[in-house]
Design a protein around this ligand. Structure first.
Ligand SMILES: [Zn+2]
Length: 324
């Protein structure tokens, strides 16, 4: 399991290496230009001579002489630039002018590093799950009917609201202030799709979520606990910017997983960190399958979103068949 520290360390290293490489290439081009263009050396010598004279003249206050020296320096500088340009060498530029590729602005991590960290994380997450297929822009509301549902509510209207709420969730995401959510409803209604879109949006903002099915997350914790090989995954799940527990209820609930689940939910509520749970279970079923403490923590602290509609996966499968 990757941690924020690892990702940011890598982002800083990448930045440092890329700067070093680009500087080296530039220096090599320039030093070969100095051998083919002897005039450059003369200009260089002229520039330092003028510089020294300027420093002395500045003390005398002779404005006329200062102006003359300044214009001499600028003419030399211009000539130098032209020679370099003629040779086809582009001026050395930082990737990020804001931090001059140091990664820090006024003691704070620069946005260019956050962008880089986001990309590293996305690449890492894409290895584990189909994150690229589940985006906001390919979530299609046409699959949700405008009429009829068991709850007597318009599924399209409800899903449009949920879709908007998810986008806003990403827009305003903060590990300190964002609320925990529970997405519930029948299978195939887009719970995982929207959750993954949230996950990738949050990653793009430079945060580090942890995503997994309940079964996977619990089995990682179980293995690390009982094999004696603790990689700190449990701590990461307790502490990460956003924890996503997908498909809660599909796993075998044991006394161990129940206590882990309660601890994850409760600790993150106490530290004010957001969690998103997806489940096909109703609140009543959660109460029955786990225990009242878990259900009451969720009811008390999570924003519930009931997904309505007709199995989208089935509809898409039928569409595919009809194409042939
Ligand atoms: Zn920067």
């Amino acid at each position: 399991m990757i941690t924020k520290e690892i990702v940011y360390k890598k982002a800083f290293e990448d930045k440092k290496n890329s700067l070093k490489e680009r500087k080296m290439q530039y220096d090599m081009l320039m030093s070969s230009l100095y051998t083919t263009e002897p005039r450059l050396k003369e200009i260089e010598a002229g520039l330092s001579k003028v510089g020294a004279q300027l420093a002395i003249t500045a003390l005398s206050g002779d404005k006329k002489k200062i102006a003359a020296l300044k214009s001499e320096a600028s003419a030399l500088g211009k000539e130098k630039k032209e020679i370099i340009k003629k040779a086809g060498i582009k001026e050395f530029k930082y990737e990020c002018e804001l931090c001059k590729d140091t990664g820090y602005v006024l003691g704070k991590i620069c946005n260019c590093i956050k962008d880089k960290a986001g990309k590293i994380m996305l690449a890492e997450f894409s290895k584990q799950m189909p994150i690229k297929n589940c985006r906001f822009d390919n979530f299609d509301l046409k699959y949700y009917p405008s009429k009829g549902s068991n709850e007597g509510e318009n599924p399209k209207r409800r899903m449009t609201g949920i879709f908007k709420a998810c986008k806003e969730y990403v827009l305003n995401f903060s590990p300190e202030t964002s609320k925990s959510l529970i997405f519930y409803g029948d299978a195939g209604l887009g719970k995982t799709h929207l959750t993954m879109a949230i996950v990738s949006g949050v990653i793009e903002k430079g945060y580090l979520p942890v995503y997994g099915s309940a079964e996977n997350l619990f089995s990682i914790i179980e293995k690390e606990k009982f094999s004696g090989e603790n990689k700190g995954s449990y701590e990461i799940m307790l502490d990460c910017d956003l924890l996503v527990i997908d498909d809660l209820g599909a796993e075998m609930a044991t006394a161990f997983t129940k206590s882990v689940l309660y601890n994850l939910i409760n600790t993150r509520i106490l530290s004010g960190k957001p969690t998103i749970i997806n489940t096909n279970l109703t609140m009543k079923k959660i109460n029955e399958k786990y225990d009242a403490r878990i259900a009451s923590r969720i009811i008390g602290s999570y924003d519930p979103h009931l997904f309505l509609g007709v199995d989208v996966r089935q509809q898409k499968a039928i569409e595919k068949q009809e194409e042939f």
